[in-house]
Ligand binder design. Structure first.
Ligand code: GLA
Length: 606
C-alpha cells in the first residue's frame, strides 16, 4: 500500500476487464493482468517459420486463371524454388462466383475449369489441391471476415467479380464462418487461408456502391486510420471464430493469414488469433510504398515469433522499382523482408521468369536468414536515411544484419558491437549474404558504403558480451505482449507498436541514469509473457518509468509470484525451471495512457 497502488490496481483491472480484447487465454471476468502461466499465441505447429510461396495477386489481380496458377506452381518446382522452401501456392480474391441458397460457395469454374465436377452445384477445388499436393506443394485460398471482399469494393472493373443478387454476391465469411471453413479445409483440403477485412471496413452507407443498392451497408468495425472509432473487439472476435474453425477442419498445421492492415489494434490480438498479421496497406510497385510497408513492420519484433509473424505484404519483386531493371531495389526489398522475418510470397509470373529474379529470391543464405528457426524479427537502429537492423539467429553468436539506405544518395551505414551484443574488442567473422562470400573479419563495428536505394545483408558470428546471460532484447520471438495497457481510445496510431525492443513506445532510446540501456519498452498496466521453456535460472532487470507516477512491477514464474519491485529497484528473481515467466507493470493511469516503462537490462541467466 506504499503508493496506494492496491486500490489503483483494482480499478485498473476493472477498466481493463471492460476492454477484454487480447484476453483469449483468460476466463471471463479474470483480471487480464493476473498471470496465466501460458504463452498465449495462436499455434506454433502452423508456420513455425514465415511461410514462403507464390500468390497471383501482384501479377494478375483478379485476372487470374487456373492455367496461370498451375503454370507458376510447376515453375516453382522446375526452378528449384519449391525445394528451397517456396511451397505455398495461394489463390487470392476472385475465385468465388456466388453464395448459393444453402449457404455454400460456388467456384468460378470459368477461372478454375478443373473445379467442374458432375452433380455438384458448388464445384470442387479437390482436383486443384490434389494437383498442388501431388507436386509436393501446399494450397492456399482467400476470404474476408465481412460479407463482401476487397475486389468487390476496389476492383470494380474486374471481369471476375461475384455474380447474382446482393445476397448471392456476399461471398465473404460473415455469418458463414463455420460452413465456409468446413468447405474450404474439410472438403477442398486447403492448407492456408488469407482472410481480408474490407467487408467490415469499406461498405458504409455513404459510399456509392452501397448507395446505388449494389451492396448491403455494413456499419463498419474498422474505420481506416482511426482506431478510437473502430471496434477492435469485434474484428478480433470474427478472426477468433474463423481461427477455431480452421484448427478444427484444417488441423494444427493449417495457416491463417490475417489481413487487417495493422488496423483495429491488430498488433495486440493478431498473434493470438492467426499466424500472419498484415501490418500495412497494399504494397504498390514503388519505393515509397515499400518504405511504408517497412516502417509499419520494422519496430514489431515483440509481435513476431514461431507461429505468428508480422506481414509487410507479398513481395513486389518483378514489378516497378523492383523489376529486372532495378536489381538494387529488388535486393533491398528482399533484404528487408528477410531481416524482418517476413513471409516470402512471390508475386510475379513465374512462367518463363527471368533467371536473375529466380536467383535473387532463391539465394539460399538469404532464405536461411528469413527462415532462421529462432524466429527473432530484427531490431532497427535509425540514422538519417539509413537503417541498421540486427537479427539474432539461432546458432550461438550468430547475427544477421541489414544495412539499408532508403535515400536517393550514396551513404554509409554501420553496425556496432553494442548493437550486436558482442563483447567489446572481440573479433567476429563477417559474410556478405548476397555475394555469398566472406568479408574481412571485424572488431567493434562494420561500416559499409551503400548505393542509393540499396541494402547489404550480412551474417556475423562473434563472441556474446555475456556468455551466461540471454538479454530479452535478443530473444523477441520468446516474448509476447499479452496486455499492452492501451484501449481503443488510447491506442497508438496504425503502424505503431506499443511495445518495442531497445526503445520506448515513442521511439526514444531506453535510458537509465542518462545512459542508453537495452530492454523492452512499453506502457504500464501491461503483462508480458516470456517463453522460457525451463531453460533459465534467474530473471534480472531494472524496471524504469517515465514521469513520476508510481509503478509496481511483478514477476511470475509459472504463475508463482517471484519478485515485486518499484521503479529503479533491481530485480533478481529465481525462475529456475519455469516454462513461462510473466512481467506485469501496474500504475494508476486515469483516463489517459499509462506511463511508459521499460524492463531495462532484462535478461535471463542459465
Ligand atoms: C486487399 C488485400 C490485398 C488483396 C486484395 C484482393 O486489398 O490487402 O492483399 O488480397 O484485397 O482484393
Amino acid at each position: 500500500m506504499r503508493f496506494g497502488l492496491m486500490a489503483n490496481a483494482a480499478s485498473v483491472a476493472a477498466v481493463l476487464s471492460l476492454w477484454s480484447s487480447s484476453t483469449g487465454a483468460l476466463a471471463a471476468g479474470q483480471d487480464p493482468l493476473s498471470p496465466t502461466g501460458r504463452f498465449s499465441t495462436y499455434a506454433t505447429a502452423a508456420a513455425p517459420t514465415p511461410p514462403m510461396g507464390w500468390n497471383p495477386w501482384n501479377a494478375f489481380r483478379t485476372d487470374v486463371d487456373e492455367a496461370k496458377v498451375r503454370g507458376s506452381a510447376l515453375a516453382l518446382v522446375d526452378t528449384g524454388l519449391a525445394a528451397k522452401g517456396y511451397r505455398y501456392v495461394n489463390i487470392d480474391d476472385g475465385w468465388a462466383l456466388r453464395r448459393l441458397d444453402d449457404g455454400t460457395l460456388r467456384i468460378r469454374d470459368s477461372m478454375f475449369p478443373s473445379s467442374k465436377v458432375a452433380n455438384s452445384r458448388t464445384g470442387s477445388f479437390k482436383p486443384f489441391t490434389n494437383y498442388l499436393h501431388g507436386l509436393g506443394l501446399k494450397a492456399g485460398i482467400y476470404s474476408d471476415i465481412g460479407p463482401n471482399t476487397c475486389a468487390q469494393r476496389w476492383d470494380a472493373q474486374s471481369p471476375n467479380l461475384p455474380e447474382g443478387s446482393v445476397k448471392e454476391r456476399q461471398v465473404g465469411s460473415f455469418g458463414h464462418a463455420a460452413k465456409d471453413i468446413e468447405q474450404i479445409f474439410g472438403t477442398w483440403r486447403f492448407d492456408y487461408i488469407k482472410i481480408d477485412a474490407c467487408g467490415v471496413a469499406d461498405y458504409t452507407p455513404d459510399v456509392e456502391p452501397v448507395k446505388s443498392g449494389r451492396f448491403a451497408a455494413f456499419s463498419p468495425y474498422i474505420i481506416r486510420n482511426d482506431i478510437p472509432a473502430s471496434q477492435p473487439d469485434k474484428v478480433e472476435a470474427l478472426y477468433a471464430t474463423l481461427g477455431d474453425a480452421i484448427r478444427q477442419w484444417g488441423g494444427p498445421e493449417a495457416v491463417l493469414s490475417i489481413c487487417a492492415w495493422g488496423e483495429a489494434m491488430a498488433p495486440l490480438w493478431a498473434g493470438n488469433r492467426g499466424n500472419l498479421s498484415r501490418t500495412s496497406p497494399d504494397i504498390e510497385f514503388n519505393w515509397a510504398s515499400m518504405l511504408t510497408s517497412i516502417d509499419s513492420t520494422v519496430d514489431g519484433a515483440l509481435y513476431a515469433g514461431p507461429g505468428h509473424w508480422n506481414d509487410p505484404d507479398m513481395l513486389a519483386v518483378g514489378h516497378g522499382d523492383f523489376d529486372l531493371a532495378h536489381p538494387d531495389g529488388a535486393r533491398a526489398h528482399v533484404t528487408m523482408w528477410a531481416i524482418m522475418a517476413a513471409p516470402l510470397l512471390l508475386g510475379f509470373d513465374l512462367r518463363g521468369a527471368p533467371q536473375p529474379l529466380v536467383d535473387l529470391v532463391g539465394n539460399p543464405e538469404m532464405i536461411a536468414v528469413d527462415q532462421d528457426v529462432a524466429g527473432n524479427q530484427g531490431v532497427p537502429y535509425r540514422t538519417g536515411n539509413t537503417m541498421t537492423v540486427v537479427r539474432t539467429l539461432a546458432a550461438p553468436g550468430a547475427r544477421a544484419v541489414a544495412l539499408f539506405n532508403r535515400g536517393d544518395t550514396a551513404t554509409s551505414a554501420t553496425v556496432t558491437w553494442a548493437q550486436l551484443g558482442f563483447a567489446p574488442g572481440s573479433g567476429a567473422t563477417v559474410r556478405d549474404v548476397w555475394a555469398r562470400r566472406p568479408l574481412e573479419p571485424a572488431t567493434d563495428r562494420v561500416t559499409m558504403t551503400l548505393k542509393p536505394r540499396s541494402a547489404m545483408l550480412l551474417t556475423l558470428t562473434g563472441v556474446p558480451a555475456d556468455a551466461s546471460a540471454t538479454p530479452l532484447a535478443e530473444i523477441p520471438a520468446r516474448v509476447h505482449i499479452a496486455v499492452d495497457g492501451l484501449t481503443p481510445r488510447t491506442a497508438l496510431p496504425r503502424g505503431k507498436f506499443p511495445a518495442r525492443v531497445n526503445a520506448m513506445p515513442d521511439g526514444a532510446p531506453i535510458e537509465r541514469g542518462g545512459r542508453p540501456a537495452s530492454g523492452i519498452g512499453l506502457f504500464a498496466n501491461s503483462r508480458v509473457e516470456v517463453r522460457a521453456d525451463g531453460l533459465f535460472k534467474r530473471f534480472k532487470a531494472i524496471p524504469i518509468a517515465t514521469g513520476n507516477s508510481p509503478v509496481r512491477y511483478r514477476v511470475y514464474a509459472d504463475r508463482a509470484l517471484v519478485a515485486e519491485s518499484a521503479t529503479g529497484k533491481a530485480i533478481d528473481a529465481d525462475v529456475r525451471g519455469a516454462r513461462v515467466i510473466e512481467l506485469v507493470a501496474l500504475a494508476s493511469s486515469g483516463s489517459g495512457r499509462p506511463p511508459m516503462i521499460a524492463w531495462s537490462d532484462a535478461k535471463l541467466t542459465r
